[in-house]
Ligand binder design. Structure first.
Ligand SMILES: Cc1cc2nc3c(=O)[nH]c(=O)nc-3n(C[C@H](O)[C@H](O)[C@H](O)COP(=O)(O)OP(=O)(O)OC[C@H]3O[C@@H](n4cnc5c(N)ncnc54)[C@H](O)[C@@H]3O)c2cc1C
Length: 369
């Protein structure tokens, strides 16, 4: 029976913890290793659309999300001066799934750890990995070793395991860099974006009167383009509300990262399989990273719980996930292209077409994975 599989999960981020929980529920024994010395979630907050909340609720996190997160009833699009272009109702967009939520990364990570079936072994990584007829033999950086039926690479966008699965797949820079920070702004009660020429500024509630702010800018190279004037300098043409948020002390400590994706199509080699960002990291403009990671975990657990040859079941997992994650990536590319439109044309398109665009962009994700 496949459900007695021994599984190693490499990486204790959202994908790794969700996968460990989902596999354990199906009767598999799980080890989780994590390279970093402690559990810490970098990068401020997360917007969780309806399919994300549905997947996390199925995992057992419904209560955590409603207690620690903030409901996000709508998405408001504005030009950089604060003139409203469109209001999109989340209950209507995500009908039949779940309400949208904003939450800090720290709170979501803590909630996932709360329900995780086994303690994470920190400061441990894979030193070598050999596949043979009786499974995968792994040597760890702490001197230990183990034999597993399946090894799951949940080690994020810079996955080392991806090297052994698909050496040709790497990260691709998408021509934008971004900053994220948390600050107090109890008046912002929905996902709110201000769109400027070549820049955008976003804020959404994450609970406790805080918002997660996200600022991005088109940049030819993935280096930090801020000058002595800092972020405020880049957004000086924006309205007062954005400039106030950027003047908060937290903005000076904003978490910087280039926007990148991973788009290889080989996620399995033998009994080593990739989930989450390691397999299909995407631009955050659809906010689908958590949803895709947790859906991966659910589908992987579902297929491995059925009888059959393990390698064949892993291929089934890929077949079930590839088209949905590729579809999400195509939507993110489409959204990125709208950034290069002249602002007046883009604003007009959003004023009259945003609702239809959102409906087309998200409707298939209302279906179960
Ligand atoms: C700017 C930005 C904003 C985003 N906003 C949103 C959003 O609003 N909503 C949303 O749903 N998604 C968002 N995302 C995407 C989301 O953050 C990711 O999709 C999600 O965190 C993926 O988690 P993961 O577990 O796959 O990877 P990670 O979170 O990167 O976790 C990987 C883990 O593996 C560990 N690790 C790495 N290598 C090894 C190793 N060799 N051995 C052991 N451990 C290892 C790492 O330390 C880490 O803990 C955003 C992404 C970015 C870049």
């Amino acid at each position: 029976m496949s459900s007695h599989l021994e599984v190693l999960v490499v990486g204790a981020g959202i994908a790794g913890l969700a996968t460990a929980t989902a596999l354990h529920r199906e009767g598999m024994s799980v080890d989780v290793i994590e390279r970093s010395p402690e559990s810490r979630a970098m990068g401020a907050g997360l917007f969780l659309p309806g399919n994300s909340v549905r997947a996390l609720t199925a995992l057992g996190l419904g209560k955590h999300l409603s207690v620690q997160g903030a409901p996000v009833p709508g998405q408001r699009l504005m030009d950089h001066r604060g003139r409203v272009l469109a209001d999109i109702d989340m209950a209507e967009l995500w009908r039949g799934t779940a309400g949208c939520v904003g939450i800090t990364r720290g709170d979501l990570h803590a909630a996932l750890q709360d329900i995780a079936p086994v303690p994470v072994r920190h400061e441990v990584t894979v030193v070598s990995l050999k596949q043979s007829d009786d499974g995968v033999h792994v040597e760890f950086s702490d001197g230990g070793s183990g034999r597993y039926d399946v090894v799951v690479g949940a080690d994020g966008i810079r996955s080392g395991l991806r090297e052994s699965v698909d050496p040709a797949a790497g990260t691709r820079y998408l021509g934008q860099v971004c900053w994220r920070f948390l600050t107090d702004a109890p008046d912002i009660d929905r996902w709110t974006v201000w769109l400027g020429p070549g820049t955008a500024f976003l804020a959404y509630p994450v609970g406790g009167g805080q918002v997660c702010c996200y600022a991005d800018v088109a940049a030819a190279s993935p280096e930090d383009p801020t000058t002595a004037a800092g972020l405020l300098g880049l957004y000086s043409g924006y309205g007062q509300r954005v400039r106030d948020l950027l003047a908060s002390p937290a903005a000076r400590e904003a978490y910087f990262s280039p926007v990148e994706e991973v788009s290889g199509e080989t996620w399995v080699r033998g009994r080593v399989v990739l989930v989450g960002d390691a397999a299909h990291a995407s631009s955050p403009n659809m906010a689908q990273g958590v949803a895709m990671a947790v859906e991966d975990a659910q589908v992987l657990a579902e297929v491995l719980a059925t009888r059959g040859d393990t390698e064949h079941l892993l291929q089934q997992y890929v077949q079930r996930r590839l088209s949905r994650t590729r579809w999400v990536q195509r939507q993110t590319h489409r959204r990125d292209r709208s950034r290069s439109m002249p602002p007046a044309v883009r604003n007009l398109a959003f004023r009259y077409g945003a609702k239809a665009l959102w409906e087309r962009g998200y409707a298939p994700l209302r279906d179960l994975p």
